[in-house]
Design a protein around this ligand. Structure first.
Ligand code: RIB
Ligand code: CA
Length: 314
């Protein structure tokens, strides 16, 4: 059964790999790619999505521009990880054809219209701050009826944050949006740092992907060469977590992951713990479980899947 998805992202090196993985998979139909401010400003994330789709020769994919800032806070970006453009890398720059451009329609209206126009159930796959998803739900709550599941990259259940000691970047940037999604009643699956830090890129992985001997795998290598720089400094290891493709890998092969249905709520205002995902793993609060939180990943299966799919791209 083909899964129809909207990929909401802030490319971003790992978002770029999530786009590639989804585009390479015949099991997935990408209805549209919506962009949000996050890793970089909105203009950059939109341009980067156009660049990735140009590189993989998928200019049929429609790119939509969403929110340039969180619901309440100012935008906090991650140039320190993804560089000035949000997709810095070595190698030749990607030239986007002038007639491949962002759609006129806003991301929010596209999400609403798409959810309401099909009787099929749609998967929302956010890999950036949850602002676009939250604003869509606020503007037209009835879209919940057509959303099968929201599989999102964000949060940290039982591990440290990566933006503050307690908060993962996507949730830190827009905690209010995160709580709107968590309160929605829609089936949710959280790919947090607990699980994304189990699928790490390193030189061996880059070399293995290059065995595909195609431009998309070469592009993967160029992206990862840059993406690993920051992580080496922060984590003092070459291993670099490949966060966002976990969302797509879960749709393709859910058995790569294991987790538990628990209650998750996000701290919105504390100076110290803003963006912390309070994950009630032991059920001590008696709050209603609202999210499948993933805690384990089979990295061998993950990278076998990624290599196989990258080989299907140009
Ligand atoms: O914390 C990692 C997440 O924040 C990833 O989605 C990365 O792309 C950034 O958006
Ligand atoms: Ca992202």
């Amino acid at each position: 059964m083909i899964k129809k998805i909207i990929l909401d992202c802030d490319p971003g090196h790992d978002d770029a790999v999530a786009i590639m993985l989804a585009a390479a998979s015949s099991e997935i139909e990408i209805l549209g790619i919506t962009c949000v401010g996050g890793n970089s400003g909105l203009n950059n994330t939109v341009n980067n999505a156009l660049k990735v789709c140009t590189l993989i020769e998928r200019t049929d994919l429609k790119i939509f521009s969403g929110s340039n800032k969180p619901i309440h806070y100012d935008l906090f970006t991650a140039e320190y990880v993804h560089g000035k453009t949000g997709l810095d890398k070595k190698g030749d720059p990607i030239i986007v054809n002038p007639d491949y451009n962002v759609q006129e329609q806003s991301a929010i209206d596209f999400i609403i219209e798409t959810c309401k126009s099909t009787s099929d159930q749609i998967y929302l796959c956010p890999t950036g701050p949850l602002t676009n998803i939250a604003l869509s739900l606020q503007k037209d709550p009835s879209i919940k009826n057509n959303i099968k599941e929201i599989v999102f990259m964000g949060g940290a259940a039982m591990c440290l944050g990566n933006t503050t000691p307690s908060a993962e970047f996507n949730i830190y940037v827009d905690p209010h949006a995160a709580n709107i999604v968590l309160d929605s009643g829609i089936p949710l699956t959280m790919m947090g740092l607990d699980v994304t830090h189990q699928v790490n890129v390193n030189k061996m992985i880059i070399n293995s992907m290059n065995e595909n001997n195609n431009k998309s795998s070469k592009f993967f290598g160029e992206l990862m060469e840059f993406y690993t720089i920051f992580h080496k400094k922060l984590y003092e290891t070459e291993d670099t977590p490949l966060h966002d493709p976990c969302v797509i890998a879960y749709l393709l092969e859910p058995n790569i992951f294991k987790g538990k249905l628990v209650n998750v709520i996000v701290e919105e205002n504390s100076k110290l713990t803003r963006g912390e995902t309070i994950v009630d793993w032991l059920g001590v609060t008696k709050r209603k479980p609202n999210c499948m939180v993933m805690s384990h990943a089979d990295d061998k299966k993950f990278f076998e899947l990624l290599k196989n799919k990258l080989s299907c791209l140009p």
